[in-house]
Design a protein around this ligand. Structure first.
Ligand SMILES: *Cc1c(COP(=O)(O)O)cnc(C)c1O
Length: 421
């Protein structure tokens, strides 16, 4: 459930009409609902209330400082995958003890930043990385908590670009080699082994792959403990999917996901960490856009809108679907017609949806792409020299711009022309 609902024929974010935000901030614009973020975080917390746990928000899904501050104030930890995300988490006031550092290519500079600033744990993804972290930590006289990310070779049954738990993927170490790698970790200076990490992919709509992966982690916990490793923490990753289509079978709920965790690893007495991103913020955001032209094609009508693939990349990148709805509610029983909804960017891939069923639209009408809070603004670029899309946070009957649209002066000012040209 989210807080984007029609009231008196107009689409609202909580108690604010989206058209009012579009009028004041301009279009296109991302709009997030604070109440929805809080609600979704609470559902994960509730799903794990049977054990000691930390819900670490996956910063890569939405890294706006205001969103991170809101999550951090609720007690969330943060899962970061770069030095930049680490800085964002800290800037949002989240203490290092609640920040987990994941990612396959952490540089020494990034690891140093996190050791100096404080870190809950590094999730190690390879032996070279483990040795580099050990050498760095030892040179700094530090002992850093680590978990090793294992690749359980489980098919997450999701889009191939967001599956991460198969042997062919670049993530983690093969679970078959875990005993060997943990033995080396225990010998290396500067590292304190605290747990096991796993993350098998994103937008999972079935619990079976989670169950399979977590069962393998449970088995490995027993094996590693028998070898003398103190496994006290299990980081089970993120990945629980969301409904992108209103009419669709809904994916499992956080409470059901929590039950799978309890069933598979609950008996081990470990502290549980999870790293949801999409499930917390995906349906807490929409992208509002304005129709520029309605263009009659040979065999179809195009709705040319002012948002484009550079603002919301998921359809072009993953063939992803976002429900598109008009901000003015269609009258009950009103005729709908199919439109190909496209952006102004010079790429055929700049197509949001083919044959979207919408009431008759005209230039100047406003629409919203639903479920755009995760992997939306964070993936935006300035392709075609389009300014980065701004972001707005709504709370009850008020809202704030939490990232302003850059001016063209700012955009041009980042380039420089060498004196010898
Ligand atoms: C992307 C990612 C997540 C978050 O995935 P969601 O599908 O957004 O929940 C969590 N952990 C790691 C390591 C990731 O790479």
């Amino acid at each position: 459930m989210d807080h984007f609902l029609y009231q008196d024929g107009e689409l609202f974010a909580e108690d604010v009409p989206l058209s009012c935000i579009a009028r004041q901030v301009g279009s296109p614009v991302y709009v997030y609902s604070a109440a929805t973020l809080r609600r979704h975080f609470g559902l994960f917390r509730q799903a794990l209330d049977w054990t000691e746990h930390l819900v670490c928000f996956a910063v890569k899904s939405n890294s706006n400082l205001a969103v991170l501050k809101l999550m951090g104030d609720l007690g969330a930890g943060m899962d970061v995958v770069s030095g930049g995300e680490y800085r964002r988490a800290k800037a949002a006031g989240v203490p290092g003890e609640r920040i987990v550092f994941s990612g396959v290519g952490k540089t020494v500079a990034e690891m140093r930043l996190a050791i100096e600033g404080g870190i809950r744990q590094f999730n190690i993804e390879s032996e070279p990385e483990m040795r580099a972290l050990s050498a760095l930590a030892a040179s700094m006289g530090a002992e850093v908590p680590v978990a090793i990310r294992v690749n359980p070779d489980v098919d997450a049954k999701t889009h191939e670009k967001i599956a991460t738990g198969k042997a062919e993927n670049k993530f983690g170490i093969p679970i078959s080699r875990a005993v060997e790698v943990y033995a080396e970790a225990a010998r290396l200076p500067g590292l304190k082994v605290v747990g096991i990490d796993v993350h098998i992919g994103s937008q999972l709509t079935d619990l079976a792959p989670f169950r399979a992966a977590y069962a393998k982690v449970a088995e490995l916990t027993g094996v590693l403990r028998a070898k003398g490793h103190a496994i006290t923490r299990l980081d089970l990753g993120g990945g629980l999917g969301i409904p992108y289509r209103r009419d669709n079978n809904a994916p499992p709920l956080p409470i059901e996901y929590g039950a799978v965790i309890r069933e598979t690893v609950g008996h081990l007495g470990c502290e549980i960490e999870i790293e949801p991103g999409r499930n917390i913020v995906g349906n807490a955001g929409v992208l509002v856009s304005e129709v520029i032209y309605v263009k009659r094609g040979e065999d179809r009508d195009f709705l040319i809108v002012d948002a484009a693939m550079n603002d919301l990349l998921r359809p072009a990148m993953y063939g992803a679907h976002h429900d598109i709805v008009p901000l003015v509610e269609a009258a009950p029983g009103a005729a709908v017609q199919p439109y190909d909804v496209v952006g102004p960017v010079c790429e055929s891939g700049d197509t949001f949806q083919k044959g979207a069923e919408l009431p008759g639209m005209a230039a100047g009408d406003l629409i919203a792409f639903r479920s755009a809070g995760a992997y939306g603004a964070v993936m935006a670029s300035e392709y075609n020299s389009r300014p980065l899309v701004p972001e707005v946070l709504v709370e009850g009957d008020h809202f704030a711009v939490i990232r302003a649209r850059p001016t063209f002066e700012e955009m041009l000012g980042r380039d420089s022309i060498p004196a010898w040209l």
